[in-house]
Design a protein around this ligand. Structure first.
Ligand SMILES: NC(=O)c1ccc[n+]([C@@H]2O[C@H](COP(=O)([O-])OP(=O)(O)OC[C@H]3O[C@@H](n4cnc5c(N)ncnc54)[C@H](OP(=O)(O)O)[C@@H]3O)[C@@H](O)[C@H]2O)c1
Length: 294
């Protein structure tokens, strides 16, 4: 089994290293930036710290650079300067935003490079370990490294996805829409409920069953099948009432409602419940608000 070195043993690096160790990959060593993180990682990983001896990573067959995104490229250059890379090694990072191209310094030293992004959230090592099985991992990079990446994903109980290197930023934007913007949408809905008279402390609990029901419906019947509501029904009177009260009470939210409404018309059209004429009229209604002349 290939020996693993972890540069940046935080939430993701530690989670992946522990899960792979369980599958038989030996852990060679790790490094962190601060003393505190080094102590914590040593306790969890049970392998030596190479923080003061980066050249020791040369003995690893697989190097995980799991530092924050902004540090991946400079850390990779530093590892190259200190002789941590060798021909035939595999060097990878787990960033969703960057491609394997930022590992150029490792490639120049003869290593094969890979980005292997878990489409999952890791607020802690414990949560990461719990959520890992069944997660998708998106891979791109050198062919030799891709084959090893696929093997690791399989070992981790994950599902591999591959994308072209040039599309990595678009892929990452999609993950941000699904995860981060989803949270923002919930926050806006909480604010709207609060403004409508629901006490703040009850707003999120009141929305949770609705959110959970919606997610369960998406899992069961997919998109667009899970769509319900006034746009799905082509109910122009209700949409008009929404636009009017938003303009009066929460004009900051109006633009978001308008844009999301316009996308939702497309979803309803794809579902087949909304006729072309009804869809066109709803689009006009949603657009008219933009100029305040509905
Ligand atoms: N968290 C997620 O949900 C998630 C999901 C998918 C992908 N990712 C990606 O996974 C990567 C790691 O994220 P993370 O959440 O695991 O970060 P993290 O928990 O903040 O851990 C980062 C680790 O890197 C270390 N580090 C920072 N600068 C370093 C340096 N110059 N040299 C050596 N070590 C250094 C940190 O040590 P100190 O604590 O001592 O600074 C820490 O151990 C990122 O590329 C991120 O985009 C994260």
């Amino acid at each position: 089994m290939k020996k693993i070195g972890v540069v940046g043993a935080g939430n993701v690096g530690t989670t992946l290293a522990l899960a792979l160790q369980e599958k038989g990959y030996p852990l060679l060593g790790f490094c962190c930036r601060t003393e505190e993180s080094t102590r914590r990682a040593a306790g969890l990983l049970g392998c030596p710290s190479f923080s003061r001896q980066l050249s020791r990573f040369r003995e690893a067959d697989l190097i995980f650079i799991t530092t924050p995104d902004r540090s991946i490229e400079p850390v990779c250059r530093q590892l190259a300067r200190e002789g941590a890379f060798r021909r035939g090694q595999i060097v990878l990072h787990t960033s969703g935003a960057h491609s394997s191209a930022i590992l150029k310094a490792a490639r120049e030293a003869g290593a094969y490079c890979l980005s292997m992004h878990p489409l999952q959230t890791f607020p802690s090592v414990e949560a990461g370990r719990r959520n890992l099985p069944g997660s998708y991992f998106t891979l791109e990079g050198d062919e030799e490294a891709l084959a090893e990446g696929m093997r690791m994903v399989e070992m981790l109980g994950g599902i591999p996805l591959t994308i072209p290197t040039s599309m990595k930023p678009l892929y990452h934007a999609a993950a941000c829409v699904a995860c981060n913007y989803y949270i923002t949408l919930v926050e806006v809905a909480v604010e709207m409920l609060e403004h409508s008279g629901v006490p703040r402390e009850q707003a999120l609990p009141a929305l949770l069953p609705l959110l959970q029901g919606t997610l369960a419906n998406i899992a069961r019947v997919g998109v667009p099948g899970a769509l319900t509501g006034p746009i799905d029904r082509g109910d122009q009177t209700t949409i008009k009432a929404h636009l009017e009260i938003l303009q009066r009470e929460m004009p900051r939210v109006l633009e978001l409602y308008r844009v999301m409404g316009s996308y939702t018309v497309e979803v309803a059209r794809a579902k087949g419940t909304l006729e072309e004429k009804g869809g066109r009229e709803l689009q006009q209604l949603l657009k008219a608000t933009e100029t305040g002349n509905q």
